[in-house]
Design a binder for this molecule. Sequence first.
Ligand code: NAD
Ligand code: 3PG
Length: 525
Amino acid sequence: MPKVLISDALSERAVDIFRERGIEVDYKPGMKADELIAVIANYDGLAIRSATKVTEAVLEQAGGLKVIGRAGIGVDNVDVPAATKKGVVVMNTPFGNSITTAEHAISLMMALARQIPMANASTHAGKWEKNRFMGVELFGKVLGVIGCGNIGAIVADRALGLKMKVVAFDPFLTEDRAQDLGVEKVELDELLARADFITLHTPLVDSTRNILNADTLAKTKPGVRIVNCARGGLVDEAALKAALESGHVAGAALDVFEAEPAKENALFGMDNVVVTPHLGASTSEAQENVALQVAEQMADYLLTGAISNAVNVPSVSAEEAPRLKPYMLLAEQLGSMLGQLTVEGIGSVTVELEGLAAQLNSKPILAAALAGLMKPISDSVNMVNAPTFARQRDIAVSLTAHDRDCDYQTLIRVTTTDGSQTRTVAGTLFGGRQPRLVEVRGIKMEADFGTHMLYVRNRDEPGFIGKLGGALGEAGINIASFYLGRTEKGGVALSLVDVDAKIDDAILQRIRALPGVIRVELLSF
Ligand SMILES: NC(=O)c1ccc[n+]([C@@H]2O[C@H](COP(=O)([O-])OP(=O)(O)OC[C@H]3O[C@@H](n4cnc5c(N)ncnc54)[C@H](O)[C@@H]3O)[C@@H](O)[C@H]2O)c1
Ligand SMILES: O=C(O)[C@H](O)COP(=O)(O)O
């Protein structure tokens, strides 16, 4: 039974779902880094929010971990490259808290416009400072949205409802989409010059880090108000403090900070700053959504192999997963055969799909072939990290789905080059499920993949098969199946011999010494 650890404060609906799906679950919110490192080896899945930091040190101890589920959007608290290297799927819930977070951004903008938190504190203190809190209207003002994806688009929609004018800077926003949203797509400098309010909704990546800094803040309209409900690190906090002190920026509302939890911050205590402790996603509705979604997604992956919303591996839907499984096994076994036969470093891999295989989601099939190919050089390779392994080793990878007549109902062909050698193997699914080899190095032959297989290439001469059978018999090795093929009469013959026990080195040497032998290897599937 798979086992999952929940190390952040998720809605307990997640616990119910894991249990209903037959998954053992430990609910331990607030777990410290060293506690996590100490126990992570016991789990197949880890469900988190933003508090748990899944560092390389955590992943190093995560021997059996298969999936990290982020109940929320940002995965910047997960070392995704390290997880990928380790073969761990990282998935998030990209939509479950978008509305809630957009509403928080709008709330912060309103709080800022009318100084509600400060007025609230003053009134509670019995001061009745009616003349101190003069606000500004939103009506007719320009809102600059930096990052107009899921949340930015919802914020824009709500702002339009408040009769604001919305301009958006997002390099990936198309003119058509901007038009549909009713926003004006502009460059960053124009947004900075025109916006009365700026709201940030990008991920924290290299291109967005400190996107509001001393230089860009200097380009903003005097009296601008800034809302950051996305990620600390998008706004240079020191530069913002200086701009607030000078009065160039009239106010800032921040839900996120460069360092979190933010118990201390240079912006705390400033009159024109509204702060919340990373509450963007904190509504009961959003938390129920993301907890439910992440638990279902993780359970699907652990129980069926279906992958949704993964950030480091192609998706496989719940409907596709059972259909893809035999194809992925076939691709892995074909890749594995080539991996076991490769002597030098692999230069390139080509995966071709024909017949029914050509109509399927091809990326998981490619990833499975790569995983099989690289198994002989790494114990930890799987379909999650295989594409990275291939890239790191400068292996050129290509994938083609052919729309042409095929001798088989479905066919996967894998070709590798290493040094001067090109090797091709192809296979089909017998009865739609059972992987079967149908071609090796251009030689047609039908063979099942066995646990102990002898691969023998030899000159096609009379009497060879008898000698091979004799050598195995003398060694007490029983033959389960014998598959044969050849290029042409008197050309090169190929035997794949499925035997009942492992063949040791001494027997292998005896077979290699038989007259006419070109190559003999042991294969295992
Ligand atoms: N405060 C919270 O509690 C909270 C809650 C949810 C999400 N978030 C954060 O909000 C952010 C946005 O979430 P989303 O769901 O809208 O993501 P999204 O991926 O749907 O949208 C992000 C947008 O940013 C744009 N973008 C990327 N690089 C850019 C750049 N250099 N300049 C301008 N735009 C750029 C992308 O094109 C995309 O449209 C994420 O960082 C997420 O973690 C915070
Ligand atoms: O990226 C997100 O989804 C938000 O930052 C929410 O984070 P949280 O789950 O820790 O509230």
